[in-house]
Design a protein around this ligand. Structure first.
Ligand code: PEP
Ligand code: MN
Length: 333
């Protein structure tokens, strides 16, 4: 249920109302917009007397929210959420370019790529340290050492770092990581979602390979129910009968998620297609349909990459992509 307050409501009356609602055992989510305050009620609202609420002089309207996702629901928070990572803003008109290799492989590799993507205009560095590989015999990532190397690359370039966490057990290793990534395979690892939520850090939540948008939003809800509002949603392609690409990029997810939720939505054209030459066209399409950013795999030597070389752009290709993305963004203004 949401309670929309009248403009310029007296602060004391607002606090009284919130305390009264809390007294009924309900959780409250307050969204202070430029023109109105929206109080979202979480919990069993069946006993709330809607007529009584509506009759209060500070209340403008009361509506039931039928969706099971509440905190991430646009109705609870009409304005776009802007996620902040250091000086980088994501969402609400702020476009974010995340780039870097699939996996951190060595200090030279990550530092060289970090410097080149920064020069091209990226504002966050990605790199996997713990890798979710289909085969246990494939490269599993440098793990703790990979995180240390990302920190070196951050020190060299000033780019904040984002990397995937697969297991709660490893959480202490991520203390100094700027953004935690929940990968597609862990989108419904609910215990992990709750624990990363509690860190208060920004979380990049990728859509599962075979998950619906509602399920993605319910997973965001798991993170947000811990009080952490800093969630970025990521469309990275889903499993379909498409036979020439690694996945099928569901671009309609971008405007649909924007309609349903106030959270920023970014697109990963690398894992969506699995083919380097398809990355730029899909990145441009994602930009055109309103994505709040892109996460793109870039490698200085894709032929010898330990993971996902086939979908990695070379630094010069990434540079060209950023220029084209800027043209599309300009055209959208
Ligand atoms: C990744 O970003 O490195 C990754 C493994 O992506 P996904 O979880 O989307 O497959
Ligand atoms: Mn990858």
């Amino acid at each position: 249920m949401i309670v929309v307050l009248k403009a310029n409501t007296n602060k004391e009356k607002k606090t009284q109302l919130i305390d009264w609602l809390k007294g009924m055992g309900l959780g409250t989510h307050i969204s202070e917009g430029e023109y109105q305050t929206v109080i979202g009620l979480i919990g069993d609202t069946s006993k709330v007397d809607m007529d009584l609420l509506e009759s209060l002089d500070i209340v403008d309207s009361v509506k039931r929210v039928s969706e099971t996702f509440k905190c991430c629901n646009r109705k609870f928070h009409p304005d776009d959420t802007i996620v902040e990572v250091g000086n980088v803003k994501i969402g609400g008109g702020n476009f974010c370019m995340i780039a870097g290799p699939c996996s951190v492989e060595s200090e030279e590799q990550i530092v060289e790529i970090a410097k080149s993507v920064k020069a091209s205009g990226a504002n966050l560095l990605r790199g996997g340290a713990f890798k979710p590989r289909t085969s246990p015999y494939d490269f599993q990532g440098l793990r703790a050492e990979g995180i240390d190397l990302l920190k070196i690359a951050r020190q060299e370039t000033g780019l904040p770092i984002i990397t995937e966490i697969m297991n709660i057990r490893d959480l202490p290793l991520f203390d100094d990581v700027d953004v935690l990534q929940i990968g597609a395979r862990n989108m419904q690892n609910f215990d992990l979602l709750k624990e990363v939520g509690k860190t208060g850090k920004p979380i990049l939540l990728k859509r599962g390979l075979a998950n619906t948008l509602k399920e993605l939003l319910m997973s965001a809800e798991y993170i947000m129910s811990t009080g952490n509002e800093q969630v970025i949603l990521c469309e990275r392609g889903i499993r379909t009968f498409g036979d020439y690409t690694r996945n099928t990029l569901d671009l309609s997810a971008v405007p649909m998620l924007h309609e349903l939720s106030h959270l920023p939505v970014i697109v990963d054209p690398s894992h969506a297609t699995g083919i380097a030459r398809l990355v730029s066209p899909m990145a441009l399409a994602a930009t055109a349909c309103g994505a709040d950013g892109l996460i793109v795999e870039v490698h200085n030597d894709p032929m010898h990459a330990l993971c996902d070389g086939a979908q990695s752009l070379k630094p010069n290709e990434y540079d060209e992509l950023v220029k084209k993305v800027n043209v599309v963004r300009e055209a959208l203004k």
